[in-house]
Ligand binder design. Sequence first.
Ligand code: ATP
Length: 573
Amino acid sequence: MLFSELASAFAEIEKRSGRLEMTGLLAGIYKKAGAKEARKITYIMQGILAPPYEGVDLGMGERFAMQAVAGSAGYSMEEVEKEAKKLGDLGLVAEAFLSRKRQHALSTREMDAGYVYDVMLRIAKASGKGSQDLKIKLLSELLNNATPLEGKFIVRYVAGQLRLGIGDPTMLDALSFSRSGDKSLRAELERAYNLCDDLGLVAETFAESPEKIREFKIELFKPIRPALAERLPTPEDIIGKIGECAVEFKFDGFRMQIHKKGSEVEIYSRKLEKITFMYPDVVEAVRKLKQGELIFEGEALAFNEGKNRFYSFQETMHRRRKYGIKKSAAEYPLYVYAFDLMYNGGDCTRLPYAERRREMEKIFPSGILKISERRMVKDTRELEAIFKESLERGLEGIMAKDLKAPYVAGARKFAWIKLKKSYGSAVDTIDATVVGYYLGKGARAEFEFGGLLAAVYNPERGKFETIAKIGSGYSEEEMKNLQEMLSEITTKEPPADLDYKIKPDFWVLPKYVVEAAFDDITLSPTHTCGMKNDKGYALRFPRMMKLRSDKDPKESTTTQEVMEMYEMMRGEK
Ligand code: ATP
């Protein structure tokens, strides 16, 4: 498939945001693509080069991309920079300069989408001495062959700014439509995606044969998309929903997914990035397990020996850094509380939780690998008592687990239900993506920081939707840090995949996720979350709790969840 066809489809998608039309367009693309091509096209549409655990970062610096534009169009860097300041979008800059090229390549040829992807991969992988020059040369060559429209999307892609607003659900629908003309294959496709977190691989396998998708299996060293918990407001609601259940303490550490095959061990974060190198102590402990093949999940917590208590989430996160690993491993000894088992030589995800737990108990505890403490609970009173105990122990709350439920990869189902402590008078918290920030007034002027504009994610629409202006809850230190972090990623234009009504002083690339507490959810004309009849959902008295560096923007609380929380608070459920 020619890249020009893809670029035209992207231009169409930019013009209309209707999900059905988008699905139709993408299905048309998948129909034409060969299997290998389907994989590459999928990555391009996701704006990535490979699934996160492969650690292939696109992000060519903006300056280098501008140099390539200048070189291939025959303009000076100053001219390109000036235009970039004016337009604020590198894609538009490339399009403008390529349409008034001063210099033309001797020969141009049409490019395949697969070819463009392959060159992007070479650009990303170039490293070491002279690699910047090589990156610029490779990009210039692509741009020499590109039409202005192709150039616009190539440059956005290479700069990590191709925000087409196509959500995963739309891509899965499109794949299904491309074969069956309807959504009937979506569930199987989604299951495969949840088992490998690699939509490119799913698209390729599906293009080979839909049968293979039906038979798709868990594979070691391909992380599984994590199961997620629902929330309910009271013990009564939980017992009403799942009856007798297992209750575990909800530790506020960070989630690890661990794969083992013999002495080979990999650790993946909640975002499914490989973080093995940061935890030599955990690797060592896992190696010692007798079990040959294993995939399990646990919550990692750093322990403060002196004070005989666990460190908080923020303190535990100190362990997650690239340097001084040995030193911090000694300073912050880590425990991993295993809480689920997905593979033990055979797939465990389809087994009911009670059986998975029995299997786990044969393996853990072992050294620093513990097993989450569990109590069987029959009624509300017992559940209430454990919840109170969790708070007394300084924990976040509890997780109630449905004994009959399978491991539901990648989905928020009532297999796990969380009951959390409320913060002060706050009712609950959400995790939201920072899309902009405000300048400070009065005492805050010196920090050049006055608050955040935060958005939740709507996967069905592939869009971020604003939900709150978070103006309080910051320490001076936090204000300084946030200002520093955010001022590095400001953009002239709002993110292309954001729906908004109010504007911050500065837009930023959607990169950071924060946890915000609030008192209530109200309807407001200023926020776009779940907007209907000019009213969207908004947080009342939102305040900053902490940075969620373990979450990706697309893992923010979803619009759907906000709507459920709203109903829950109105007691309509
Ligand atoms: P929160 O914002 O409440 O921490 P979350 O958005 O990180 O939740 P959820 O899916 O709501 O994620 O809750 C599941 C998280 O709870 C897991 O990611 C895991 O890190 C943590 N957790 C702690 N203890 C347990 C446990 N015993 N079983 C399952 N998850 C646990």
